[in-house]
Design a protein around this ligand. Structure first.
Ligand code: NAP
Length: 306
């Protein structure tokens, strides 16, 4: 399926899961778009050349950034400022710059001052991913039917937002806009704290003295296995998310600790009704997620089909 490209020349900075998936999705949708890739890691660039999802992979992409209509920053949140500093001054007038960072407030603060006048910066976050990272992990369908959240600044040119929306929709996503602070609060509770809990519970299990590691692995089916899948996510990416969405993560973590303490007290006091009510409330949310099509009973929903 190919149609008139929304952007003619696209530079992707960071060729991991998200950058490579975007390249695949662009290729699939718009054959005529020229895709230039760059990554800080030589190994990643070599691998990306072999996988051949870009038209060119360039070690010094400044000349390409100068010609690009769209520059997509797909690097960890903590690397955004450095990338902005290097490439910002080379962006051409009218170019759209966007990112895919999982945190928006800190990315906006990190990039804003590096974006020249006449360049349109539209922060974005595709709420799509897997626990895998690197260029081999990417696939064209990653964004299909997934949300991409834009957090445009008040003064952002509407026609550029429309164009970027068309681009993401062409990659299969559904687009919604909200302000950066609200994004960070919502994602803290739907993504960041759940990941923190997964990292924490896996750590608790492996530090137990009374239960052998081999038993944790052998009997992992009862819920633990799903936590280990989430906990297998990239360390740098998640380190940066927790440090850069600090306030919202701490706020949600405090609320969660309070609720968990309530459950602990209910178990301590043998309060069967409170325990059952909490489980029933959780079940209602699960049904609503299924009804909304945000998950299916399929085990690999949202992940690459083998
Ligand atoms: P990834 O697979 O780890 O890829 C990131 C790539 O960026 C790596 O190859 C990394 O190289 C490279 N990089 C780091 N610093 C760089 C720099 N200064 N210049 C150029 N390249 C640089 O991560 P990802 O999962 O694609 O995530 C990319 C962004 O999307 C992150 O901001 C993340 O928060 C966001 N995001 C991720 C997901 C997800 O589920 N994974 C979902 C939505 C949004 P090195 O490995 O050598 O550092």
């Amino acid at each position: 399926m190919s149609s008139e490209p929304v952007f003619q020349r696209v530079v992707i900075v960071g060729l991991g899961l998200i950058g490579s998936s975007l390249a695949h999705a662009i290729r699939r949708r718009w054959e005529q778009t020229t895709i230039i890739g760059f990554d800080i890691s030589r190994d990643v660039m070599d691998r990306a050349r072999k996988l051949d999802f870009c038209d060119d992979i360039i070690e010094n992409p400044i000349a390409e950034v100068e010609k690009a209509d769209l520059v997509l920053l797909c690097v960890p949140v903590g690397a955004m400022e450095e990338v902005g500093k290097i490439f910002g001054k080379h962006l051409k007038q009218g170019c759209v710059v966007s990112d895919t960072g999982s945190v928006k407030g800190s990315v906006v603060r990190a990039l804003e001052s590096h974006i020249p006048e006449g360049v349109i910066f539209i922060p974005a976050h595709p709420v799509a991913g897997t626990e895998n990272s690197g260029p081999d992990a990417g696939f064209a369908e990653l964004f299909e039917e997934r949300w991409c959240i834009f957090t445009p600044l008040a003064e952002t040119d509407e026609s550029a937002v429309k164009k970027l929306r068309e681009f993401w929709e062409g990659c299969g996503a559904k687009v919604v806009s909200m302000d950066a602070e609200h994004h960070d609060l919502v994602l803290a509770v739907t993504s960041h704290v759940p990941h923190l809990i997964a990292f924490g519970i896996v750590d608790t299990a492996i530090n137990l003295e009374e239960v052998k590691k081999s038993e944790v692995i052998k009997f992992s089916g009862g819920g633990f296995r799903d936590f280990t899948r989430i906990a297998a996510s990239d360390a740098v990416m998640w380190r940066d998310i927790f440090l850069h969405n600090r306030e919202a993560v701490l706020e949600m973590l405090n609320r969660f600790s309070g609720d968990l303490d309530g459950l602990r007290k209910a178990i301590e006091g043998g309060d069967a009704d409170s325990i059952e009510d909490a489980i029933l409330r959780a079940q209602i949310i699960r049904h609503r997620i299924l009804e909304a099509g945000e998950d299916t009973k399929e085990e690999d929903f949202g992940r690459r089909k083998q």
